[in-house]
Structure formats: structure tokens, C-alpha cells
Design a binder for this molecule. Structure first.
Ligand code: HEM
Length: 467
């Protein structure tokens, strides 16, 4: 190598290095999004939790715009509320933003639950889950879900009930059926007992010492895993190719370990139960408050019941496709109640985002509720008006089930179980107020967060049979 070549090589390396450095420092020079990080360590946590969290988010958006920084629960966060920016985080640049949960939640649900992951493992498990919950699969369990709905409503007759708690029982039983098929009745009580202890520790301090809630939860988790291992072993010995979620997991060619199956089943029950139960609770509230909407839904459902000769349990998949009015009530409830106000991601590297820097490790929170309640996307956003869904919402403005690689794989099942429940509730039961016989008892405007937004006290109601 002559000296000119060496010089040229050295010169180009220096040029490359300085170009790289200036690019990197240029990136660093990007500003952080506007906003305030509050007090050292506690940040703005008190501000967030001392009021309705939605007021906190809305006032920040008013002050700083649709992308702003804050500091809550020990994490530096960037919150975003424009449809385009949310699409970038969840869909187009999703590889730069991984799902993130506190370590204690991962320990309780199980570290191998697929929604904690990204990449190949997530994609494979998600495919197996989607196989069990796609319309082709769930259309075969309409009558089983219907039986669960009819039984639940019968047990409410004449009683003063806590709507949310009763809906939790319904959605839990539907989730078990979709996971274990007809085998679920054999294990229902054991699974229920352990799961109820487990969930009590979900929001507790993660101190794993005898006597603490967290410790009891971890013990219940172990017992759940043991019950699930027994169910797997029985099924391996007896039957194969069941069309439920367990069958889908067992059909995986490479084979999942018992631990992977257990973590994913526990995670799935967690994702399925309280979400759907709180949406159902809000629907009851909105129907109670909007008699003309209730009447329109009842008429639609009674027409289907008449076509089915007034039989008690005969709904088909095709019937559930003849419920446009009821479907719009579900959509509007998902929008107004926005039970998942936001979700969490974490930047996997420094990301340049709309002219700002999101540093590696910062949390990124797409604010679904702010989008659903923005007058730019929905006129009179606080008004409950299902007819607005006669026209499809603008792209990326209606995200009750998220978007992209981690969007909800259970959304079809959730909508199906809600439709079936509303069918039986409106055709067989009355409201006490005016000529109806469902009465909503107690204060009606309070909202509690636990963690999903819920009507006050779980919405106590009393139903009575139509005569
Ligand atoms: C109306 C009820 C429901 C609502 C509003 C809802 C909402 C959501 C949302 C917004 C996400 C995305 C979260 C994110 O991007 O971080 C999600 C994910 C998920 N949901 Fe649902 N969900 C509901 C019912 C269900 C049901 C019934 C199931 C199971 C049968 C289910 C299973 C899941 C799972 C497993 C994920 C994680 C998916 C992934 O990470 O790939 N959900 N849900």
C-alpha cells in the first residue's frame, strides 16, 4: 500500500467518523417534547392521582399540545394523543417501542405471557391465540356462550346486584369456555378460587413475604399452574384437536412447555375478564340513562327473538350479524367509556419523533381516551350518541382495541359475548323507571378507577322479568 492510498484511507475514515459523530450529536441536540417533569423522583405522580386522570391528561394536552413529557410512578414518559403519532408508535414504527409492564405484574401473570414480548415468540403465540378467537372458531360456541348468559341473568332475578361483579362472573365463565371448551366445568371452581386470590395481589406492594397479599397471590399462581398442568396431562392422554385455545396451544408443532401454556392462559384470563365486564357495566348504565336508545335496542332484539319463535336459547352466529343498532351502542360505549384510557410502550433506542427526541428507556403512552374525546374527531364528544357510528370514524381515531402488532386478539369474542348478553337482557327484563323494569340504584354520576374506569360502586341494579 503506497502512502497516497494510506492517506486516502485515513482521510475517509476521519471524514466518516466526524460525519457519524455530528449525526449522533445532531440527534442528541433534538429537543425533548414540551412539558414538565415535576418534582425529583415523584415527578407529577400526585397531580395525576389526586384528580380524575383524564382531567390531568386533558389539561396537559391543552397546555403543551398532542405530544408532551411528564414523570409518573418513577418513569419519564412521553404522552401522545394525535392519531398519526399513535399509529407510528403502535404500527409503522412499532419495532422501536416495546410493550412494558412493571416486573411485579410480570411475576404475577407469568413472564412467558406473550403480550410481555416482542418478535418471534410474540408472533408465534399471537398466531395460536388468533386461531382460537377468529370468527371461524368462535361462531361454533355461540350457543354455549348463550347458556352462560341465560344462567347469569337468571341468578340476578329480583336481587340487588353489583353489576360489575356479576359481569366479571359472566366474562370469567365465557373466557374459561373459550380456553378449555366443555372441559371447563370440571375445573371451574378450582380455577376460580385460585384466580380470585391471584388477582387480589395484582395491585399490591410486591413484597413476597408470608402473610402479604403478594405472597398469597404468588402461591395461588403456583396452584393455578399445577391445575393447568393436570388439565394438560389429562387432555394429552384422552383427546386431541379441540377447537378451543388449549387445543390451539397443544397443536403447536414445536410444542410449548407447560409453563408457557400456564403463563399464557393466566394472562389471557386477565386480559379478557375485567375489560369485557367493565364495558358491559357501562352499557347497562348508558342504556338506563338513554331510554330512546334502550327502546331501539330492545326492538331490534325482540325482532330477532320473534324470528326465532320466542325460544329461550337459540341465537346463531347469523343472528348476531343482524344487530346493527346494538353494535353501534357497543361502539359508542367503547368510545365514551374508553376503559383502557392509554397503553404503555418503551423506546428501545433514542428515537427521533415528530422533531423531538424520545430517549432510550423512556415510556411512551398513546392516550386512546384523549383521541376518543377530541372534538376534532367526534362532535360533542361527551354525548352518548350511538348514531354517530352510522358513518365510519376517521382512520386511527377509534382505537378501543388498540392497533398494530399488539392489538386485541379477543375483540371478536368480546363483541360476541356482549351482543348475546344484551339480547337476553333487553328481551326478557324490564326497567323499573317509566315502563321498564331495570332499576339503577344509587348515585349515578360517580366514576371509580380500579384500574379500569367504572360506574360508582360497580353500578348496583335490580332486574325483574318482563311479564
Ligand atoms: C371489550 C373488551 C376488551 C377491550 C376493550 C380490550 C382492549 C385491548 C387493547 C386496547 C389491547 C391493546 C393493548 C396494547 O396495545 O398495549 C388489548 C390487547 C390484548 N387483549 Fe384485549 N380487550 C378486550 C377483550 C379481550 C378479550 C375477550 C380477550 C381474550 C379472549 C383479550 C385478549 C387480549 C390480549 C391477549 C391482548 C394482548 C395482545 C398482544 O400483545 O399481542 N382482550 N386489548
Amino acid at each position: 500500500m503506497d502512502s497516497t492510498t494510506i492517506f486516502c484511507l485515513l482521510f475517509s475514515s476521519v471524514l466518516f467518523l466526524s460525519l457519524f459523530k455530528s449525526l449522533a450529536s445532531g440527534r442528541r441536540k433534538l429537543p425533548l417534547p414540551p412539558g414538565s417533569l415535576g418534582w425529583p423522583y415523584i415527578g407529577e405522580t400526585f397531580e395525576l392521582y389526586s384528580q380524575n386522570p383524564n382531567v390531568f391528561f386533558a389539561s396537559k394536552v391543552r397546555k403543551f399540545g398532542s405530544i408532551f413529557k411528564t414523570h409518573i410512578l418513577g418513569c419519564r414518559c412521553v404522552m401522545i394523543s394525535s392519531p398519526e403519532a399513535v399509529k407510528q408508535v403502535l404500527v409503522t414504527r412499532a419495532h422501536l417501542f416495546k410493550p412494558t409492564f412493571p416486573a411485579s405484574k410480570e411475576r404475577i401473570l407469568g413472564k412467558q405471557a406473550f403480550f410481555f414480548h416482542q418478535g418471534e415468540y410474540h408472533a408465534k403465540l399471537r398466531r395460536l391465540v388468533l386461531r382460537a378467537f377468529m370468527p371461524e372458531s368462535i361462531k361454533n360456541i355461540v350457543s354455549d356462550i348463550e347458556s352462560v348468559a341465560v344462567e347469569s341473568l337468571k341468578s340476578w332475578e329480583g336481587q340487588l346486584i353489583n353489576t360489575f361483579q356479576e359481569m366479571q362472573k359472566y366474562t370469567f365463565n365465557v373466557a374459561l369456555f373459550s380456553i378449555f371448551g366443555k372441559d371447563e366445568v370440571l375445573h371451574r371452581e378450582d380455577l376460580k378460587r385460585c384466580y380470585y386470590i391471584l388477582e387480589k395481589g395484582y395491585n399490591s406492594m410486591p413484597i413476597n413475604l408470608p402473610g402479604t397479599r403478594f405472597h398469597k397471590s404468588m402461591k395461588a399462581r403456583k396452584e393455578l399452574a399445577r391445575i393447568l398442568a393436570d388439565i394438560l396431562s389429562i387432555r394429552r392422554q384422552t383427546k386431541h384437536n379441540q377447537p378451543d385455545l388449549l387445543g390451539s396451544f397443544m397443536g403447536d408443532k414445536e410444542g410449548l412447555t407447560d409453563e408457557q401454556v400456564a403463563d399464557n392462559i393466566i394472562g389471557l384470563i386477565f386480559a379478557a375478564r375485567d375489560t369485557t365486564a367493565s364495558v358491559l357495566t357501562w352499557i347497562v348504565k348508558y342504556l338506563a340513562e338513554n331510554p330512546s336508545v334502550l327502546q331501539a335496542v330492545t326492538e331490534e332484539q325482540e325482532a330477532i327473538r320473534r324470528d326465532n319463535c320466542g325460544e329461550d336459547k337459540v341465537l346463531t352466529w347469523a343472528d348476531t350479524k343482524k344487530m346493527p343498532v346494538t353494535s353501534r351502542v357497543i361502539q359508542e360505549t367503547l368510545r365514551v367509556a374508553s376503559i383502557l384510557s392509554f397503553t404503555f410502550r418503551e423506546a428501545v433506542e433514542d428515537v427521533e419523533f415528530e422533531g423531538y427526541l424520545i430517549p432510550k428507556g423512556w415510556k411512551v403512552l398513546p392516550l386512546f381516551r384523549n383521541i376518543h374525546h377530541s372534538p376534532d374527531h367526534f362532535s360533542w364528544p361527551e354525548k352518548f350518541d350511538p348514531s354517530r357510528f352510522e358513518v365510519a370514524p376517521k382512520p386511527n381515531t377509534f382505537l378501543p382495541f388498540g392497533n398494530g402488532t399488539h392489538s386485541c386478539p379477543g375483540n371478536e369474542l368480546a363483541k360476541l359475548e356482549i351482543l348475546i348478553f344484551i339480547h337476553h337482557m333487553t328481551t326478557k327484563y324490564r326497567w323499573v323507571k317509566s315502563h321498564y323494569r331495570w332499576s339503577v340504584v344509587g348515585p349515578q354520576n360517580g366514576i371509580q378507577y380500579g384500574p379500569f374506569a367504572l360506574p360508582h360502586n360497580g353500578l348496583p341494579i335490580r332486574l325483574s322479568l318482563k311479564r
